[in-house]
Design a protein around this ligand. Structure first.
Ligand code: ADP
Length: 655
């Protein structure tokens, strides 16, 4: 039995476990050696005074310990409690006590026996985790990092440290105190004014300047007098340090994108608590989380500023800048953004645009609505973006011609999800264009009559047999120049007719093969190029023979004009997919790919008008494309620069 007791005592010693026994009727308290050490109180032969056993229990915990004792006696339950015990140096440790009641033969409580052990480390870890958890919540709660850092500092005091401060570099590279906390607000004021009035020596070999320079944590578990003596230079500094009464210090750096942006300083003073490695780890964790939060808020600020800059920029654009989600022809399409210019241009408020689905379409002129919806839906589906012209009706009823340049927004899979763009008021441009068209129409009409007369008189003169050969030659040249002029005026007239929607077709069923053959023969008579016809088609087409001939002549004269160094021109004719297809192939200068989209536009030329090599006005292909499209046909070309081009058209054949 004795041997067994000795073994248990050894085990208790090894585990720093104290044992206590309170005799409840005689009020005597017995403590083992370890228990006396844990309670920071001496004993006499193992006995301590019943009234004074709790002398060193932390003031704030005494009442709870007393109440627990009374409660377990009343309830006759087990004891299990945690409290703090003060050390002689003013710091404290955490202990846990567990005990049980032993009853006498009459069933009355006789003894309270139990064990006690030090749980400071465990308590510190769980406090640290709890603190970090709370700090993280605060750090993610606001986008104003100065307020956030102040809240975190306040949270650290007094459980983690007596003082907590945060310093950061400002825009000018100066260090600023951005947060400071102490349980006494007067001391906080004092610290702030102290920092204002004293300049930090940034070259100091230790402390905050050193951490800011090197980015390395500084940790002083116990600040000794010798350390202070070595660090201070003046009596004033010494007095200051004495006033704070440093016990322990941790300074950890704050980083953003690899740069040191500041530091957190934790100080214990009056609590006499000494920081441990666990505290250092906690401080570094806190700094990492705070750094991340600061980085996020700085990023947010950047984004905010950028957004403001863009908004300012966008508001100065003299057009409607917009963004919308969904198909533009869908009733559910939602406008996500429009600049304030809409109010000026159309009289509808930004809110009206944003709150009414598919708003842009609701104010399109009724005559343009269907076409505009179709066109924009096509642009959206193509995923490539594009241009659409239509009329908007302003709140006042005024009709405004607009041109919408759209870009398609796609998701990660490349599926169109929305559109962005700029819609400009082109009313003025349209008016100028209208006047230009009117002028072209009038001018070409006016020119037509005198040219016809000149032509007739030239022909009359030519028939005069008495003319000598030289004069006859002059007249032939005149006739060919008049022919060119006539063609030009005819083209101008055609363009005007197309613009006014007045190009009439006189349709008949005819053999395209015959028309191609005749046209080739006629043109062949005027050129040194050798025009070959390949293929033969019996099918007939229904169309305006003169207009189709006009297209053929345009293709052939272009082929001649744009292949000055080549000899051959090949005309292909064949059927393909219910259509008769005609291609005019040359071996000339070809067309660079970037002109592909625009070559059939009005007045479009690859070579500008300063280029004297190939004179022209860019009307022929435009007129041809309108003629072919009016016949439900197709027009296109294939080309390679310096190798040649083939221009095609196809028309549905009559079965
Ligand atoms: P024009 O020849 O009077 O300029 P078109 O409308 O007939 O007008 O042609 C438009 C433009 O297309 C021309 O300016 C020319 O640059 C280009 N083009 C047309 N046909 C050819 C061709 N066969 N080879 C090279 N370029 C051509």
């Amino acid at each position: 039995m004795q041997q067994y007791k000795i073994r248990v005592e050894h085990a208790q010693k090894a585990g720093n476990i104290g044992v206590f026994d309170v005799h409840l009727s005689s009020h005597t308290v017995w403590w083992s050696e370890e228990q006396a050490l844990l309670m920071e109180q001496p004993h006499k032969n193992g006995y301590v005074d019943y009234k004074h056993w709790a002398t060193h229990v932390h003031e704030d915990d005494k009442e709870m310990v007393e109440a627990n004792f009374k409660r377990i006696l009343k309830e006759q339950s087990c004891l299990d409690e945690e409290f703090r015990v003060m050390r002689p140096d003013g710091s404290y440790k955490w202990v846990r006590c567990k005990g049980d009641i032993i009853f006498n033969s009459e069933g009355k409580p006789e003894h309270l026996v139990g064990v006690c052990y030090d749980i400071t480390d465990r308590k510190q870890i769980s406090d640290t985790l709890e603190f970090l958890n709370e700090a993280s919540k605060i750090l993610s709660s606001s986008l104003d990092y100065k307020t956030t850092l102040q809240s975190v500092s306040s949270l650290a005091v007094p459980h983690i440290a007596d003082w907590c401060s945060v310093d950061m570099y400002d825009r000018n590279g100066d260090v600023q105190l951005v947060a400071v906390a102490h349980k006494d607000p007067k001391k906080v004021k004092w610290a702030i004014s102290l920092r204002k009035n004293t300049k930090t020596d940034m070259s100091a070999p230790t402390g905050l300047p050193h951490v800011l320079r090197t980015g390395q944590t500084e940790y002083y578990p116990l600040i000794t007098d010798e350390m202070i003596d070595a660090a201070v230079k003046t009596k004033k500094e010494r007095d200051l340090i004495n006033k704070i009464g440093f016990t322990s210090i941790i300074i950890v750096p704050l980083r953003s994108k690899g740069q040191i942006i500041g530091a957190i300083t934790l100080v214990t003073a009056e609590s006499k608590r000494r920081f441990t490695e666990i505290d250092v780890h906690m401080a570094e964790q806190l700094a990492t989380r705070a750094s991340l939060a600061i980085e996020n808020t700085l990023l947010y600020d950047d984004v905010k500023q950028e957004k403001e800059r863009l908004n300012n920029l966008v508001s100065t654009v003299p057009g409607v800048v917009w963004e919308a989600w969904g198909n533009p022809s869908d009733k559910s399409q939602q406008i996500n953004f429009v600049n304030t210019h809409v109010e000026k241009m159309l009289g509808y408020t930004v809110e009206e645009w944003l709150n009414t689905p598919n708003f842009w379409l609701t104010i399109v002129h009724p005559e343009d609505k269907e076409r505009a919806a179709k066109e924009t839906a096509k642009i959206f589906k193509s995923g490539k973006g594009g241009v659409s012209r239509f009329r908007w009706v302003a709140k006042t009823g005024k009709v405004i011609y607009v041109e919408a340049q759209s870009y398609v927004v796609k998701d990660a899979n490349g599926t169109p999800i929305g559109m962005r763009g700029v819609t400009m008021d082109i009313s003025q441009r349209m008016e100028i264009e209208r006047r230009k068209d009117e002028f072209i129409s009038m001018a070409s009409h006016e020119l037509k009559t005198p040219i016809t007369s000149i032509k007739v008189f030239t022909q009359l003169l030519q028939r005069k047999l008495s003319l000598d050969p030289v004069h006859k030659k002059f007249l032939t040249r005149m006739e060919s120049q008049i022919e060119k002029l006539t063609n030009l005026v005819n083209d101008l007239l055609d363009v005007s007719k197309i613009q006014a929607g007045k190009l009439e077709l006189r349709k008949e069923v005819f053999s395209l093969q015959d028309l191609v053959k005749d046209t080739v023969e006629n043109i062949q008579a005027t050129t040194s190029h050798a025009i070959k016809l390949k293929g033969s088609v019996r099918k007939k087409v229904d169309g305006d023979k003169d207009r189709i001939e006009q297209v053929l002549i345009n293709f052939l004269t272009n082929a001649i004009k744009y292949s000055p160094d080549a000899k051959d021109i090949i005309v292909h004719i064949r059927t393909n997919n219910q259509q008769v297809e005609v291609g005019v192939q040359d071996f000339g200068v070809g067309i660079p790919a970037e002109h592909k989209e625009k070559i059939f536009s009005r007045f479009y030329r690859v070579y500008d008008n300063h280029d004297q090599t190939f004179p022209g006005l860019g009307m022929g292909l435009y007129i041809s494309s309108v003629i072919i499209k009016r016949h439900q046909g197709k027009i296109w070309f294939e080309s390679e620069p310096n190798k040649g081009s083939t221009f095609y058209f196809s028309l549905p054949f009559v079965s």
